[in-house]
Design a binder for this molecule. Sequence first.
Ligand code: ATP
Ligand code: MG
Length: 377
Amino acid sequence: MQELISAGQKLLKQLNDYGYRAFFVGGAVRDFYLKRPISDLDLVTSATPKQMLELFPASFQMNNQHQTVLIKCDGYLFEVTSERGNSLEEDLQKRDFTINSLAMTENQEIIDLFGAKSDLDKQVLRSIDPVERMTEDPLRMLRALRFQSELGFKLEGELANVISQHCELLEQVAMERIVKEIEKWFCGPYCQKTIENKTNQKVLDALPLLSFTKKELSVLSTLNRLPNHDQSLIWTIIYYIKGWNQSTAPRLPLAKVVLKEINKVLHFYALRKDLDWGFESLYDAGYTIAQKVEWLKESLGERFIAEQSLKTKWQQLTIQDRSELAIDGKILLKEFEQKPGVWIEECLRKAERLVLTQQIRNEKEALIKELKGSFNR
Ligand code: ATP
Ligand code: MG
């Protein structure tokens, strides 16, 4: 983290040396003040995107964010945005919540123009001109829920009223943006607490796709206790709770690999039921998927296998991957003197089963002999 901050400081200094104002802003300064870990550092500057692109060779622009330039410095990538309204003050005033309106100089001096420190100390989420802030970008109402879940803060009264009155505007927000905030909301340590609040309930009700019952929410809000909250696990649990499958799930902006993993975990969850993992089912699932099935079971309050026991079981498998098999397609072609075909896959599958169930040792001669016998070739 110190390395990231040092790299950011270097970039600030470079911008200053070129004659531009430049500050750290947003979530990173908030987290710095709260002494929380910082994962990414955002910068704001008086330089225009064009000026930045000219000054820094290792820089490029993102498609959808015209005012932001990505600049690489000491191996880290920084989002550097031009000041809105050509002043730091106006930029900070237009941020979603006061707690995100801090700025910080290269020398780590914090600039607090809107009472952010006091709100952070009091643990409240407040906005300057909340009606304007929430209506100009309704996603902020969901971000409010997300920050409550991450930080355990309360909504300031006026902001809560505004959100209650305007939350149906969330319908207009792009699903891509909603999905990201939902994921962060689930993972926050105070998720459970957030759903007990009436305003937050309204926000959730305004997301038609996800409208949850109280019972569903209470299951979901236990997710943060799991040791893993990656995207596919979050959505696997949501899929399960909503009873969705490949064909009934609404179209969500999730990557193909994530969707594939969700379906795989649900498939093996259904297979596993109350049975323990067998050698074959564990092998077919693979360790990562099997572990996720256990986490799903844990979040549903079902009996699950602890990580260490699952690992031991996995290590006891005679093979963990087809590449460890003593035979392969090439060997089969040579031994059977047949044309390539589906029979190769059948043979390899059969060999895997024999080895996994320890009926045959994982040795070439033994396997070929057995396969020749059973396939009558
Ligand atoms: P995280 O720790 O999850 O990165 P963050 O506060 O940094 O949280 P980001 O989504 O990374 O949140 O946004 C960075 C900063 O940009 C925020 O702190 C906020 O000041 C500003 N920001 C981001 N999205 C919005 C928005 N929709 N409306 C207003 N300001 C926003
Ligand atoms: Mg951030």
